[in-house]
Design a protein around this ligand. Structure first.
Ligand code: ZN
Length: 247
């Protein structure tokens, strides 16, 4: 039997038994932890708040025969504003789906947790457009997972910047105005490419800090969404739910 503590955020819950839950927690260093929270559905349970979706806690866990049980959950943040806005809620749930399907099993990068926490804090604060938070989350997830697109220059001639550039969502390759005419990739205004470069190459704490007009944000997030799905060859089911809620 092993006891340990870890910080983490609940990204999925599943009902089991009469009042128990299985919680999926994105932890700082142990990847996604699957654990039983006994009695957690009871309103008076000391695990009730800490085992709800998006609860960010310090968890005390016991592991025996490879099965984990949560003994205590000290709540640090519950991201309450998400629950009052359907569009934000839908986006946060999509983030959970992305993490569940992309974070590798076992030990993993702390960056995933940092990215999720940052994205949720920003969603709650209301200071950045929802589509911007979505785009950064998608592209950063690709970067952390080892799929950073090579955006430094045109993949064919090395040109750094032209007014219109072309981004191939399948390979992540970038092309200038001339070379891109033959590439099978959508034409993108340079401001969008500049934002993508910012997300990929800035220090992490600055990744969310840029400004783009609403219409260009739509172009940006359409590209990051497609690129992330192509990296993992996955269709994220909750995307549709988000776009419906976003209308
Ligand atoms: Zn070129």
């Amino acid at each position: 039997m092993e006891k340990f503590e870890t910080d983490g955020i609940v990204i999925k819950t599943k009902v089991t038994g009469e009042s128990d839950l299985i919680v999926f927690v994105l932890t700082r260093s142990k990847g996604i932890l699957r654990a039983f929270a006994k009695g957690a559905r009871g309103m008076k349970s000391k695990l009730h708040a800490g085992s709800s979706l998006f609860a960010y806690c310090n968890f005390a866990v016991t592991e025996k025969n490879e099965i984990c049980h949560i003994n205590e959950a000290e709540v640090k943040e519950i991201f309450f504003p998400l629950r009052t806005d359907m569009r934000k809620m839908a986006l946060a749930q999509y983030f959970c789906e992305v993490l569940l399907k992309t974070v590798p099993e076992g030990d993993s990068e702390e960056e995933y947790l940092r990215l999720m926490l940052n994205a949720l804090y920003l969603l709650c604060e209301d200071k950045k457009p929802v589509l911007q938070i979505k785009a950064v989350f998608e592209l950063q997830t690709a970067v952390i997972s080892g799929y950073a697109p090579p955006l430094h220059a045109c993949a064919e001639c090395g040109e750094f910047q032209t007014d219109i550039m072309f981004f191939n969502c399948l390979t992540g390759d970038l092309f200038c105005e001339t070379c891109g005419k033959h590439a099978q990739a959508p034409a993108v205004p340079f401001a969008v490419i500049a934002a993508m470069r910012h997300i990929v190459y800035s220090p992490f704490e600055k990744a969310f800090s840029f400004q783009l007009k609403e219409e260009l944000l739509r172009t940006l997030t359409a590209l990051t969404e497609k690129y992330l799905q192509n990296c993992f060859q996955i269709r994220f089911r909750l995307l549709e739910f988000f776009w419906t809620a976003a209308m």
